[in-house]
Design a protein around this ligand. Structure first.
Ligand code: PNS
Length: 163
């Protein structure tokens, strides 16, 4: 499988500034990156897959070597399908380590051709998550620091609860 192609998989519900930081830095290392949204039938997201793809595209318009896709099932099967050899993950705090370590080990056991490549999240994004963004936006908080500029208004309007 191609080690010059990485896959950055996740829920991206919605993409955060932390995700964008990893995409920009990963795209500067790997010649080709696929950002892939997990289609999870057991978890209804705040945004549809199409809306999430749209927000990813708008946020990453300046990153030329990135393409977007969605997948279901095992990530290692998707990696085979698109002939990509590297899973890209961002590590925020020490608390991420255990689950990320488990996922990387199991993925490599299921497919020994796949490596997981970790980037440390920039400190200002260390405590950021899509679920925190959803909560702040739902109460009308300012999310302009937390999601990419092109989608701030869209996320704020979509998630704000009727008062
Ligand atoms: O945005 P997230 O929740 O950090 O993304 C996690 C994701 C989508 C990368 C992970 O849940 C995943 O790969 N799911 C697909 C199913 C799979 O391969 N599971 C085995 C992991 S050991």
């Amino acid at each position: 499988m191609r080690s010059d192609v990485c896959v950055y998989a996740g829920s991206f519900d919605p993409i955060t500034s932390g995700h964008l930081d990893i995409i920009e830095r990963g795209a500067a290392i790997f010649p080709k990156m696929i950002v892939a949204i997990l289609r999870n039938p057991s978890k209804k997201g705040a945004f549809s897959i199409e809306e999430r793809l749209g927000m990813l595209r708008k946020s990453c318009a300046h990153v030329s070597n990135v393409t977007f896709d969605s997948f279901d099932g095992l990530l290692v099967d998707y990696m085979r399908k698109v002939d990509a050899g590297v899973i890209l993950r961002g590590l925020r705090a020490v608390s991420d380590f255990e689950s990320e370590f488990q996922m990387a080990q199991l993925n490599r056991q299921m497919n020994s051709d796949v490596e997981t490549f970790f980037l440390m999240t920039s400190p200002k994004h260390a405590y950021l998550s899509s679920s925190a963004v959803r909560e702040i936006a739902s109460f009308g908080g300012d999310i302009s620091e937390f999601v990419p500029a092109p989608i701030v208004a869209e996320v704020a309007i979509a998630l704000r609860k009727e008062q």
